[in-house]
Design a protein around this ligand. Structure first.
Ligand SMILES: [Zn+2]
Length: 178
């Protein structure tokens, strides 16, 4: 079963600014929406009208980072942001995404297979084709949270991740205002 670990930070010390988002300093932001930031995966989601059939999306990922400018006039090095996000996208790409913490979808690994049971339906997938996420569902909102939790930044930045399933439809996750 493929569980994704925490990725190392790639920030360099001289690029880290100490300005606080809540400290009243003017904020700038960057939006990273590179065409390489995508993954093509399959999933299904339970809604109020039942369980969807297994289907796929060409997911897109957008990352917005707010913070103070560093001495180079940038919020954070664009390349650092993209590198971390690309690693997560690559781990999700061409996989069946399954919710490991769902109360209604049973996900069990047995030998080289992942057995999935939801209602009267049963799926059996090769283990290497699956990513079992530590999430209650594989909605765009929770995929955005999953990616968010694998991006490491120093204090003083505010991060938002959006995952698009279809053109113009995004699920997002960001820091709380508190
Ligand atoms: Zn879908």
């Amino acid at each position: 079963m493929h569980m994704i670990g925490v990725l190392p930070t790639v920030l360099h010390e001289d690029e880290i600014v100490t300005g606080s988002v809540s400290g009243g300093l003017p904020l700038h932001s960057i939006r990273v929406s590179d065409q390489k930031l995508h993954f093509s995966s399959s999933h299904f989601v339970l809604g109020s009208d039942g369980c969807e059939n297994l289907h796929g999306h060409n997911y897109t990922v957008e990352i917005i980072i707010e913070g103070s400018l560093n001495k180079y006039g940038m919020v954070i090095d664009f390349r650092d942001v993209k590198k971390q996000a690309l690693e997560v996208c690559e781990q999700l790409d061409h996989k069946v995404l399954l919710p490991g913490k769902s109360r209604t979808v049973q996900v069990r690994e047995a030998n080289d297979s992942v057995n999935v049971k939801v209602g009267d339906k049963k799926y059996v997938f090769p283990v290497e084709d699956c990513v079992v996420l530590p999430a209650t569902a594989t909605t765009a909102e929770l995929l955005a949270e999953h990616i968010y939790r694998h991006l490491e930044f120093p204090d003083g930045y505010r991060l938002k991740v959006c995952v698009g399933e279809n053109v113009g439809t995004f699920g997002c996750y960001e820091d709380s205002l508190g």
